[in-house]
Design a protein around this ligand. Structure first.
Ligand SMILES: *Cc1c(COP(=O)(O)O)cnc(C)c1O
Length: 341
């Protein structure tokens, strides 16, 4: 199957599996898994932070971060459509009594500082205490530029806020911005990075921050059942991904752009402008997109039927797959038109 549903669907390559099975292992809850320790040091240094912690998923990473930054009755400000608010089952509120305060994102994916200012709370007994700004990069494939983070830092300093960055796909952004991880991290207090998306590991994320913050986050990770033992097998996959799967993200972006340009030539389809590995395609209302996705499945192509269509490229999708997919979509649409005519 050519699976465009998400970049989470990648399978570990043979070379990655090799790295996992040959990793030196210990027990990470005793802090003596050498592969985990070396990887945490490596990624912390890359980010320019003191410490890092391997976690099972991006959701667990963000939860540990939100609860390490905020106490009960404090609030984090984030985007209405950002992952830390919308797609994490309300974990920070449910498990930490941390209050979410959302603002609507700009078309660019950024949060406007005026909007944030409008929801900031005074120090008043009626209100939850504004504590944290929780940002995201990339958001729905959109890149938030470095200058935004510089401004966010100034804003946060002026208002006594900390900043967490949900950088699930930060390497997709860095690839296009042509900057280093530490360039963005200098402006935030913590970052969460997913390795099970474009970077292709079977699981695993990492949270980076100060020693104190990561120490607090470790206790929370344990509390939510995220203390794992021979985690070096996963850290080895993540380490392998840093060496081998970062520079190739450009291929995913090029493939997405190529597909966009091929689909733009097909009647009834309007691909939206894109920056990284996520392509959104508006489909004319007269086209039954659910039927289209069903027909594509029979051709070995998986796309979730939702509008706009979301098509995500990743390391298990080749340039040849892109050409095959564009042709298949064209053929399926022609077939649908012929049968309804
Ligand atoms: C995928 C994703 C996460 C984490 O998801 P998990 O499936 O829990 O690893 C967090 N933030 C964003 C923006 C994401 O896309």
């Amino acid at each position: 199957m050519i699976d465009f549903r998400s970049d989470t669907v990648t399978r570990p390559t043979d070379a990655m599996k090799q790295a996992m099975t040959s990793a030196e292992l210990g027990d990470d809850v005793y802090s003596d898994d050498p592969t985990v320790n070396a990887f945490e040091q490596r990624i912390a240094k890359m980010a320019g932070f003191e410490a890092a912690m391997v976690v099972n998923s991006g959701t667990q990473s963000n939860l540990c971060a939100l609860l390490a930054h905020c106490a009960r009755g404090e609030e984090y400000i984030t985007g209405q459509g950002y992952h830390t608010y919308l797609y994490e089952a309300g974990g920070a509120a449910v498990l930490g009594s941390v209050v979410p305060q959302t603002v609507v994102e700009q078309p660019s994916g950024e949060l406007a500082f005026d909007d944030i200012k409008a929801v900031l709370k005074d120090d008043d007994q009626h209100f939850a205490m504004s504590k944290l700004l929780s940002l995201e990069n990339t958001h729905c494939g959109k890149i938030i530029p470095l200058s935004y983070f510089q401004q966010a830092r100034e804003f946060a300093n002026d208002h006594g806020l900390s900043i967490h960055l949900d950088g699930a796909r930060i390497f997709n952004a860095l690839t296009e911005l042509n900057i280093e991880l530490s360039d963005i991290c200098q402006y935030v207090d913590s970052i969460s990075i997913c390795f099970s998306k474009g970077l292709g590991t079977p699981m695993g994320s990492v949270l980076c921050g100060s020693k104190e913050l990561i120490a607090r986050a470790r206790r929370i990770r344990k509390m939510v059942g995220g203390g794992t033992r021979q985690a070096g097998m996963i850290a080895a996959a993540m380490d392998y991904a840093l060496d081998n799967h970062v520079t190739r993200l450009k291929d995913d972006h090029n493939n997405a752009k190529k597909l966009a340009s091929l689909l733009a030539q097909i009647d009834g389809l309007s691909p939206r402008p894109l920056q990284t590995n996520m392509l959104y395609v508006d489909v004319e209302p007269s086209i039954n997109d659910e039927l289209l996705c069903q027909l594509l499945k029979a051709e070995g192509i998986l796309i979730s039927p939702r509008s706009p269509l979301r098509i995500v490229t990743h390391l298990d999708i080749s340039e040849a797959d892109i050409v095959y997919t564009a042709d298949a979509i064209k053929d399926c649409l022609a077939l649908m038109q012929a049968t309804t005519a």
